[in-house]
Design a protein around this ligand. Structure first.
Ligand code: ATP
Ligand code: MG
Length: 192
């Protein structure tokens, strides 16, 4: 089983590249952001709670996020592997993911870190906000999200380096070239 963590700042292209990997390798995809947006759209209690955090550019509390992830994961039967997109975002989430996978006799195969300069992220997210109307893609909230990323999420880079799972991807450039780097990285762990 391939368990791939796709990692990077807001707007780094996690969703776009994940879709390509789903097609190429037939993996299941968990995007925690998409799960939360679906809950908001359906007006559930969870969605109401999530919206308050997302609109502030903050992370949803770990306990809540971990429960959501566990239930999505349990829904995947006979899976070839999973792409975790937007999870983990904190050390606590990474530790929990490790436990959850271990309980299933599995582990994270690789962590792909999509590197994109901050001014490019800003440009992409503002454009996405205009095109899609995503409420958290406005300049003020983007700045908060980048700060949250730099303080709460970036420590995961060292954490995954210690686990020997870290893989640097140059996330600024042609979509195809980025996909190629990712395919190569995944193929190398799939072989081993
Ligand atoms: P990208 O553009 O690369 O897909 P993103 O940061 O813009 O990344 P999402 O991953 O869709 O967007 O996340 C949107 C919001 O949902 C986050 O800002 C956060 O509030 C919440 N969220 C998503 N995943 C988590 C998580 N694992 N823990 C806590 N909050 C989360
Ligand atoms: Mg996304």
């Amino acid at each position: 089983m391939l368990n791939i963590v796709i990692f990077g700042a807001p707007g780094s292209g996690k969703g776009t590249q994940s879709e390509r990997m789903v097609e190429k390798f037939g993996l299941n995809h968990i995007s925690t952001g998409d799960v939360l947006r679906a809950e908001i759209k359906n007006g559930t209690e969870l969605g109401k709670t999530a919206k308050e955090f997302i609109d502030q550019g903050q992370l949803i509390p770990d306990e809540l996020m971990i429960d959501i992830l566990a239930s999505v994961l349990d829904g995947f039967k006979d899976s070839k592997g999973v792409i975790f997109d937007g999870f983990p975002r904190t050390i606590a989430q990474a530790e929990e993911l490790k436990k959850m996978l271990a309980a299933r006799g599995q582990e994270v195969s690789i962590m792909l870190d999509l590197n994109v300069p901050e001014e490019e992220l800003m440009k992409r997210l503002i454009k996405r906000g205009k095109d899609s109307g995503r409420a958290d893609d406005n300049e003020e909230t983007i700045k908060k999200r980048l700060l949250v990323y730099n303080t709460q999420t970036c420590p995961l880079i060292e954490w995954y380096k210690n686990e020997d799972k870290y893989f640097h991807i140059e996330g600024h450039g042609q979509l195809e070239e980025i996909t190629e780097q990712i395919v190569e990285a995944i193929s190398s762990v799939a072989r081993s």
